[in-house]
Design a protein. Structure first.
Length: 479
RNA sequence: GGCCUGAUGGCGGAGUGGUGACGUAGCGGACUGCAAAUCCGCGCACCCGGGUUCGAUUCCCGGUCAGGCCUCCA
């Protein structure tokens, strides 16, 4: 295991060494559940899911603890609840359910913990208490503020010296702040808003302290990896870190900080076929989750990713190719009689190299682009084995490809279902009938009739492929 | 104004001081009744100007352009 990760704090790639290999901890900032999340919100979900899978492979499934929080108390949630005339829990439940469903559709494993702010209030209050006791926070006019002057390490994560920040700051400075950069840990609720009893009056927690408390409660401090979108570096993670360090008497908060780049929507509008939408929830109705996952991982996670309709089509095309070779392998194994095929039992060196390249690429700060290239090398090996009619090599290459792709959350579907999944039983029966009729016409060399039937199938959005052992079919893309 | 990224073929996107990944799209050929798939082959890209070097897309400097953060945005 030679995993290297780019650490935002060090501004360099560093070999990953966990505090305790029997208990590896990772925390990623999750969504505020007040609406359906758009596709950009799922980039960190998919990226850190991949890292989660890699860590599980290296340290064991039970040795990795991954917490992804949910912010379920927030101004936007309050506004939405008021608008609909319901309690905030109605809103948060609805969108959290949708979020988790989308996450699963994108092939993300459920995190070990999914802590929620509203269930962490006690821990939040305790942490604020400790910060006050340590001189790192102060109460003022019903608020509690973090005292940025009390922590000399403030600004180290984002690389922003305190005074420079104030010079360019456009933030309004509340009169009760001792220093303009001080931020809220606890604030009074407005009438009608959710509130909790605290030593400083009824109110609710600030955003930053929620995460620190949820981390401490679910994973314990310090943690190994803290992840999130690059936009969170400042102020969110800077503040989290300041709180965490000050609350635990100068112990580092997280050993590694990872940040994913943004998704850009550019000038190219989403095509009509995609419905001009960017909600994962809606994209998933016309595109397999795997294709969306592939598109999200096609470039390096730290770079920006240009999101457009072409990207999805290309991702779908790439997966089609992989699934096609899998389907062909399955057909070969099904149809090849004993004795018909050659049987060599050594794993082909090229296959082994491709596998090693795949793992090495992922372990090199999640170089998914290079890892994907290795997948295609395995696919090429598999294709060659099929053409050689070498059953042992087919099995070996098929297994390797499926296993490695599976590690990254791909090729989870049955190959046949991938191509035919969009058809219901009625359509399948109809297709079967038409294919039988067409076979008969072809046997009689009645080409006009065979072509007529194919046209009929095309009208049903079905593509026919004649092979040596009969015709196969698949559902075509909606143009 | 401050801080920080990035600029690679039609598109997406790795990587490297010297044999131009990979995918997708396109073209030619083989195969096929015709197609599809598959196989073989092709397009010969690295923002601009300097510098270092035997040699730079890759390192350094400058410029241009694009984007991000400095506002409880992934």
């Amino acid at each position: 295991m030679t995993l290297a990760l780019y650490d935002t704090m060090a501004r360099a790639k560093r070999p990953f060494v966990p505090h305790d290999p029997r208990r590896v901890t990772m925390y990623v900032c999750g969504p505020t559940v007040y609406n359906f999340s758009h596709i950009g919100n799922f980039r960190p979900v998919v990226v850190f899911d991949l890292l989660f899978r890699l860590l599980r492979r290296a340290y064991g499934e039970d040795a990795v603890l991954y917490a992804a929080n949910v912010t379920d108390v927030d101004d936007k949630i309050n506004a939405k609840a008021t608008e609909e005339g319901v309690g905030i829990e109605v809103i948060t439940e609805r969108y959290l359910t949708a979020y988790n469903a989308d996450m699963a559709a994108l092939g993300a494993l459920p995190p070990t913990f999914q802590p929620r702010a509203t269930e962490t209030i006690d821990a939040i209050i305790l942490m604020i208490d400790r910060l006050i006791a340590n001189g790192a926070a102060y109460a003022a006019e019903g608020h509690v503020l973090f005292n940025t002057q009390a922590y000399e390490g403030y600004g180290k994560l984002s690389g922003r010296p305190l005074d420079e920040m104030i010079a360019g700051a456009r933030v309004e400075v509340a009169p009760y702040k001792r220093h303009p950069a001080d931020f809220v840990l606890w604030k009074p609720s407005k009438p009608g808003e959710p509130s909790w009893i605290s030593p400083w009056g009824e109110g609710r927690p600030g955003w930053h302290i929620e995460c620190s408390a949820m981390i401490e409660e679910s994973l314990g401090l310090p943690i190994d990896i803290h992840g999130g979108g690059i936009d969170l570096v400042f102020p969110h993670h800077e503040n989290e870190r300041a709180q965490g360090v000050c609350a635990t008497h100068d112990h580092e908060y997280s050993a590694y900080w990872l940040h994913n780049g943004f998704l850009n929507f550019g000038e190219t509008k989403m095509s009509k076929s995609v419905g001009n939408v960017a909600l994962a929830h809606e994209l998933l109705q016309t595109m397999p989750g795997e294709a969306i996952r592939w598109a999200l991982l096609v470039g390096h996670y730290r770079g920006p990713l240009e999101w457009n309709a072409d990207l999805l089509d290309q991702a779908k095309g790439a997966l089609d190719r992989l699934y096609r070779v899998l389907a062909d392998a399955d057909r070969f194994l099904r149809e090849s009689g004993p004795g018909l095929e050659r049987d060599s039992d050594v794993e082909h060196p090229a296959l082994r190299r491709a596998h090693e390249g795949f793992i090495a690429a992922l372990e090199d700060d999640l170089n998914t682009a290079e890892a994907f290239a290795s997948l295609f090398q395995m696919a090429d090996q598999l294709r060659a084995a099929i053409m050689d009619r070498d059953a042992a090599q087919v099995r070996s290459a098929r297994g390797r490809l499926a296993k490695d792709a599976g590690l990254a959350g791909f090729l989870r579907a049955d190959p046949e279902a991938w191509f035919q999944g969009a058809a219901d039983d009625g359509l399948k029966a109809r297709i079967g009938d038409l294919l039988t009729a067409r076979d008969a016409a072809r046997a009689a060399k009645d080409w006009p009739e065979a072509d007529r039937i194919r046209a009929e199938l095309t009208a049903l959005n079905v593509e026919v492929m004649d092979g040596p052992s009969g015709a196969t079919w698949r559902i075509k893309e909606q143009a």
